[in-house]
Design a protein around this ligand. Structure first.
Ligand code: NAD
Length: 255
């Protein structure tokens, strides 16, 4: 299957690391023009350096997705520069350490919700205005298997990812007749800096084995496997899919 994004304008949040960076590399290889953002300026600069593209193909705008002004500026900058917004990957997100529900502080809960839920909501609002005006667009929101099933010791994270699935399905129904497709991807644990953090420490190896044992394929995924799924979901070859929360999870949610 030829996934060609020649000339398409693709905006990716959280592009300074993990899935966002992997997606940026694959969209570059498929010919897209890139609007990349991240709250982490250093990570964003590293991604831009890796891409090795000039401003005719990629721009970087630091942005905190929980801040409405910054989200509006980032989206406007891309539209002003490239003249359109064809595809948006709302990927920026944070997790919290493993702990029981009673031990999660209100501060941490609000922080997770502000980035994972409010961030996706704010990005979608900006993207949908432009896509409606253009008469076409594709959005992929990055949820998690923790948006489909319960995730013990990750309650706030799981609640935020269930909310991303709710935002995705509801908006998809609203915009289905406006030629805008909106889907979510729901990965199981993959090797990215987010999960590396969880695996750090003397229990890391055991934890990694525990996570792998919980996945029917017996292993964690990779950022490349998730980025491949993002491109496939966004491509014109996948023109009849909207409102779905698709698991990329080595079989985890099939059990
Ligand atoms: N890695 C996994 O196993 C896994 C599984 C399921 C879902 N996810 C989701 O995938 C997405 C990407 O995660 P990842 O694994 O690549 O993690 P990562 O930590 O490697 O990358 C996340 C990026 O988001 C950025 N970010 C954090 N807060 C931000 C904010 N307020 N505004 C803008 N950017 C911000 C970070 O700086 C970072 O560059 C997240 O939404 C995460 O919840 C990850």
């Amino acid at each position: 299957m030829d996934l060609n994004f020649d000339g398409k304008v693709v905006q990716i949040t959280g592009a300074g690391s993990g899935f966002g960076r992997a997606a940026a590399m694959k969209f570059r290889d498929a010919g897209a023009k890139l609007v990349l953002s991240d709250i982490n300026k250093k990570g964003l600069e590293e991604t831009i350096a890796l891409l090795d593209l000039d401003e005719s193909r990629a721009i970087a705008r630091p942005c905190d997705v929980s801040n409405p002004d910054e989200v509006a500026k980032m989206t406007t900058a891309g539209i002003d520069h490239f003249g359109a917004l064809d595809i948006a990957v709302n990927n920026a997100g944070v997790a919290h350490g493993l702990m029981r529900t009673c031990d999660i502080s209100l501060r941490d809960f609000d922080h997770i919700m502000a980035i994972n839920v409010r961030g996706v909501f704010l990005c979608m609002q900006q993207e949908l205005q432009q896509m409606t005006a253009q008469g076409q667009g594709v959005i992929v929101n990055v949820a998690s298997v923790a948006g489909l099933i319960g995730a013990p010791f990750l309650t706030a994270y799981a609640a935020s990812k269930h909310a991303v699935v709710g935002l995705t399905k509801s908006a998809a129904l609203e915009y289905a007749r406006k030629n805008i497709r909106i889907n979510a991807i729901c990965p199981a644990s993959c090797y990215t800096p987010m999960v590396d953090q969880v695996l750090q420490g003397d229990k890391g190896e055991k934890r990694e084995q525990d996570i792998a044992n919980n996945i029917p394929m017996g292993r964690l995924g990779t950022a490349d496997e998730i980025a491949n799924g993002m491109l496939w979901l966004c491509s014109d070859q996948n023109s009849f899919t909207t409102g779905q929360a698709l698991a990329f999870d080595g079989g985890m949610t099939a059990t």
